[in-house]
Write a new protein. Structure first.
Length: 141
């Protein structure tokens, strides 16, 4: 189980995440990104995309993952409605595979509340305490 809450931040959007597993933390991050962009829920999708990433740290992996989701929206107008089948492995590097569900959107027909310019490393640190993963993400708007 996971959850997130938006917290006060000077000029950007900040959110604190908690989850039972690292994979759930990544799912939670996608849900928080989605909620930061749009008040309403889009309950359908018309396309699935598979992503593969590797990084030196969990923090880098999370930023890369969310940055790709944000890039798909900004450049291709493809809005990620959810993530599924997240698998994370650690050998010499952290490796992540995931499937994203989403759809191409027309910005004139959907009222997005924010446009996220970037996912930042500001205050980003993934911690595991008492078998609960936590982190804070700041979205640059």
């Amino acid at each position: 189980m996971y959850n997130y809450k938006f917290i006060e931040h000077t000029a950007d959007i900040a959110v604190e995440l908690t989850a039972s597993t690292i994979e759930e933390l990544f799912l939670c991050a996608v849900d928080a990104w989605n909620k930061a962009m749009l008040d309403a829920e889009i309950l359908y999708d018309d396309e699935k995309i598979k992503l593969d990433f590797e990084a030196e740290s969990l923090e880098e992996l999370l930023v890369n993952f969310l940055s790709e989701i944000n890039y798909l929206f900004l450049s291709k107008k493809w809005f990620c409605t959810s993530a599924e089948d997240i698998k994370l492995v650690h050998t010499d590097k952290y490796k992540l595979t995931a499937r994203l569900a989403g759809l191409t959107v027309d910005n004139s027909k959907i009222d997005f509340k924010e446009e996220i310019k970037a996912i930042t490393y500001h205050q980003l640190e993934i911690k595991k305490v008492n078998n609960i993963y936590t982190t804070r993400i700041v979205f640059d708007i």
